[in-house]
Write a protein that binds this ligand. Structure first.
Ligand SMILES: Nc1nc2c(ncn2[C@@H]2O[C@H](COP(=O)(O)OP(=O)(O)OP(=O)(O)O)[C@@H](O)[C@H]2O)c(=O)[nH]1
Ligand SMILES: [Mg+2]
Length: 463
């Protein structure tokens, strides 16, 4: 493979050029994005690396502002045998350093690159300035691929744009949304670009394949991270002393501390998912994440949510209503569902086999009490994190707003998640498996087994 393919990203100001590049390169920090016009002032390069080597080199450019006047100028004030010559003549003239300084930066780049992405805000009506833009770009005699941006917006006029572009000879076009890209949209982008650059077909197919493989790898890594979390939470147990248990206030405190411990694990896993998808948890747009500002605490440990989860898990309404202290006879501890914070009645789910056991009976039989997490909570956590993984898969790196990640309510998830919760039960008798990624071959096998159950669920449903 020779040097990286050079692609200029051009278009009207505010069309989303810088945003597109953030999303295509998964670099949240690239350039400056804002809804003020004229944000990008200089040409800036960024590479897309494939297997460590730069495959594409993109050039972000300032927005074209006064294209009508420039097109007029190119037609009347400069001469040359063909259009690119007139563009070159313009670039050597005084106007390129004065009134059309921004435009000159774009056209200078246009003459150097292998191809250009022409980014269009598809919500805009087709105006004379756009027609002038198309003419100017065509004058550079480089393959131009229109990228219709903002296509998820209700106001998008994509069909109108498609007709106008085709009439101008720009047949290969892609629909994109830099903030909420479709899964697979970037692969289409490169496949379509290959139709404009036949000599680069193999390279562009390699890029598309690499990106497709990355999607699969991210799903696999996410599933593993969630599986590891489930193992941690299932293994998690803390003894609770008799006098603490007997004192309602102290007991509540112990239960709350235990919940916080568990939530710490959940938050760490959520941050891990962000990392897998190339997002930074400290990004301003993501500062209000539901697991950081306490929304997950109230969601995950809400008695109503747990009751609902109990039903979806097939534990029966009776159990759900009394989720509280949950007995785990096999290992001689008492598990604690989150609802126990309410001091609820003693529920009774034996995690192995889902058998119900009377709490009083257990108290007599067993000397040790331990707090553990019940299956309804495991189910909810898995649901929550799968929802997060799906949302991250569909989030562009140009998104400026945080998102609210609610509990997934997709009923298709119930049966497979129930299998995952059942599969993870063997962790209950391995207290040391609460450590993330702890080194034990059996633990690793269990994580792998649960991850395989989760992986098909981690894919975002087609938009
Ligand atoms: N909803 C939505 N918003 C977008 C999309 N692309 C860009 N934006 C927003 O549109 C605004 C302009 O985006 P930029 O990426 O700065 O646009 P630009 O073309 O680089 O603009 P200049 O640098 O000024 O020429 C920002 O507020 C972006 O968040 C998109 O596909 N969907
Ligand atoms: Mg910009």
């Amino acid at each position: 493979m020779t040097d990286a393919l050079a692609i200029a990203v051009v278009g009207h100001t505010n069309a989303g050029k810088t945003s597109l590049l953030r999303t295509l390169t998964r670099k949240q920090s690239f350039g400056e994005v804002s809804d003020r016009p004229g944000t990008t002032r200089h040409v800036e390069a960024i590479e897309l690396r494939v297997h460590g080597a730069p495959a594409l080199r993109f050039f972000d450019t300032p927005g074209l502002e006064d294209s009508v006047a420039l097109w007029d100028y190119l037609q009347t004030a400069v001469t040359g045998p063909d259009r690119p010559d007139r563009v070159r003549a313009f670039l050597q003239g005084p106007e390129a350093r004065s009134s059309f300084e921004q435009e000159a930066k774009v056209l200078r780049k246009m003459l150097e690159v292998d191809a250009a992405f022409y980014v269009i805000d598809s919500r805009e009506p087709v105006l004379p300035k756009h027609r002038a833009e198309i003419e100017i770009l065509n004058s550079c005699a480089r393959p131009v691929m229109p990228v219709l941006n903002f296509v998820r917006d209700a106001a998008s006029r994509a069909p109108e744009w498609q007709a106008v572009l085709a009439a101008a000879g720009l047949h290969a076009q892609v629909r994109f949304d830099a903030v909420a890209p479709f899964v697979g949209a970037e692969q289409h982008l490169y496949q379509d670009l290959a139709t404009l650059l036949p000599a680069q077909r193999a390279r562009l197919q390699g890029v598309a394949q690499f990106l497709a493989d990355e999607v699969v790898q991210r799903r696999r890594a996410s599933s593993r991270a969630i599986a590891d979390l489930l193992v941690r939470l299932t293994a998690l147990r803390r003894p609770i002393e008799e006098e603490v248990h007997a004192d309602p206030a102290r007991r509540r405190q112990a239960e709350q501390d235990f919940q916080q411990l568990a939530l710490g694990f959940v938050r760490a896993a959520a941050d891990g998912l962000l990392q897998i998808h190339g997002f930074r948890g400290d990004d301003a747009a993501l500062a209000q994440l539901p697991w950081q500002d306490g929304r997950w605490d109230s969601d995950l440990f809400h008695p109503e949510t747990l009751r609902e989860a109990g039903k979806r898990l097939g534990m029966g309404a009776a159990v759900g209503a009394s989720i509280g202290l949950v007995a785990d006879a096999a290992v001689g501890g008492l598990s604690l569902g989150a609802g126990a914070a309410l001091g609820g009645a003693i529920g009774s789910i034996v995690s192995q086999g889902w058998r119900q056991v009377g709490g009083k009976l257990l108290n007599q039989v067993l000397g040790v009490r331990e707090l553990t997490l019940d299956n309804a909570l495991l189910f909810l956590v898995a649901l929550q994190l799968l929802g997060l993984a799906r949302a991250l898969e569909q989030r562009g790196h140009a998104a400026l707003t945080g998102f609210v990640q609610g509990l997934e309510s997709d009923p298709a998830l119930d049966a497979p998640l129930k299998r995952a919760v059942q599969a993870v039960q063997s962790a209950r008798s391995h207290a040391d498996w609460e450590r993330a990624g702890a080194t034990s071959a059996r633990r690793a096998r269990l994580v792998e087994q649960v991850a395989e159950l989760l992986e098909p669920l981690a894919a975002a449903p087609a938009a």
